[in-house]
Design a protein around this ligand. Structure first.
Ligand code: COS
Length: 379
């Protein structure tokens, strides 16, 4: 077992850390307050090779491993997880093409996203189908050598600002898993309407939308895999993109610990810095041990992805553990800050709001437990 990072990985991590410190963290409160989309910061992340990292080098991308993607994601989330979500959303949107695209599709779509700055969204969730992917209702009806997409997606990250969507639709709802197809759909395709932007509690720098598809004509050449393979493409995508969610959560949690340590050294009560009291020390110690465990689980699941091993159980364990830990840690950070922690003058209330989303998106933590239990019972 080798825990040391290579020189290249250390350099990559340092680049992401510098970017988070100099560009992301100073702007985080502004984008949290206004809910504006930080396009220029996201563009800079792409220029530095910190976004769309899953595009293989043969298609012009940086072709980072899952482990490397986790290393940079933790740093970016330390600065702001809302921007982190927007930055890593491209990998979620592109992963179905990496997994299931033909060489021609990869050449056309991955190369385009490597050559110029583009935003990509993963359109899976629907108003009536979030956890139950096989129950999705957006229809894809055959129309000669094309499909007509009809229906609504929701909770789509970067939905209002994206150039390209990967969209999951069903040929026949009664067939459930067997009816689902995946498509590459440029957002300029006629029939797409961007719906309302969600006013979220946290991660307000990410653009979350409802998207309507009204007779959107998609050539069969833009279908990923065979008809009916869409469900498995979505599941295989999530197996690979859940480790970076663990990394995002680890970044939030690490920031909460760092802020708490600083405060515990400065803030005095009963004449002493509060870090001198065991009640606070135990919270700090619990934070530190959960962060270490979250990082190790995350990197282990990413390591499995990099070796082509089926990582469903480990990806779900990492996502679930790290995001639950981030929720506990940010809540304790607010507790350590006391009344100050509950105000917007200090950074920890934002971390707590941001952490909550981590337990919900990319599969709720209840779904992660379901995946883990099923894998255990399969034996
Ligand atoms: N990789 C490859 N194949 C997989 C797979 C995976 N990770 N997970 C499931 N499959 C296959 C199964 O092997 C099964 O194949 P066969 O029909 O050939 O036997 C098929 O897919 C159906 O699987 P399953 O019966 O487990 O599907 P369910 O509908 O019962 O449940 C859950 C699947 C609940 C786990 C799935 O719907 C899920 O992950 N939901 C959460 C989705 C999510 O994260 N949404 C958030 C929005 S995306 S940002």
């Amino acid at each position: 077992m080798e825990f040391a990072l290579t020189d290249e990985q250390l350099a990559l991590q340092a680049t992401a850390r510098r970017f988070a410190e100099s560009e992301i963290a100073p702007a985080a409160a502004h984008y949290d307050q206004t809910g504006e989309f930080p396009r220029e910061i996201i563009r800079k992340a792409w220029e530095l090779g910190l976004s769309s990292t899953c595009i293989p080098s043969e298609y012009g991308g940086v072709g980072l491993s899952a482990v490397e993607s986790c290393l940079i994601t933790e740093e970016i989330a330390w600065g702001c997880s809302g921007m982190g979500t927007s930055i890593m959303c491209n990998d979620l949107g592109l992963m179905p093409i990496v997994i299931a695209g033909t060489n021609e599709q990869k050449k056309e779509w991955l190369s385009a996203c490597a050559e110029s700055f583009k935003l990509v969204s993963f359109c899976l969730s629907e108003p009536e189908a979030g956890s139950d992917v096989a129950g999705l209702q957006l229809q894809c009806e055959k129309d000669g050598d094309a499909y007509l997409l009809q229906g609504t997606k929701c909770w789509i990250t970067n939905g209002g600002v994206a150039d390209l969507y990967t969209v999951f639709a069903t040929l026949d709802r009664a067939s459930r898993h067997g009816g689902i197809c995946a498509f590459i759909v440029p957002t300029s395709t006629p029939g797409i309407t961007i719906g309302k932007k969600e006013e979220k509690m946290g991660q307000r720098a990410s653009d979350t939308r409802v998207i309507h598809f009204d007779g959107v004509r998609v050539p069969a050449a833009q279908r990923l895999g065979q008809e009916g393979e869409g469900f498995k493409i979505a599941m295989r995508t999530l197996d690979r993109t859940r480790p970076p969610i663990g990394a995002l959560a680890t970044g939030i949690a690490r920031r909460a610990l760092e802020e708490s340590l600083k405060y515990a050294r400065e803030r005095k009560a009963f004449g002493f810095p509060i870090g001198g009291f065991q009640a606070v020390q135990f919270m700090l110690a619990d934070m530190a041990k959960d962060i270490e465990a979250a990082r190790l689980l995350t990197l282990q699941s990413a390591w499995m992805v990099d070796r082509g091993l089926r990582a469903s159980k480990h990806s779900s364990i990492a996502k679930c553990f790290a995001t639950d830990a981030a929720m506990r840690i940010t809540t304790d950070a607010v507790q350590i800050f006391g009344g100050n922690g509950y105000t917007k003058e200090y950074p920890v209330e934002k971390l707590m709001r941001d952490a909550k989303l981590m337990q919900i998106y990319e599969g709720t933590n209840q779904i992660q437990r379901l995946v883990i239990a099923r894998e255990l019972l399969k034996g």
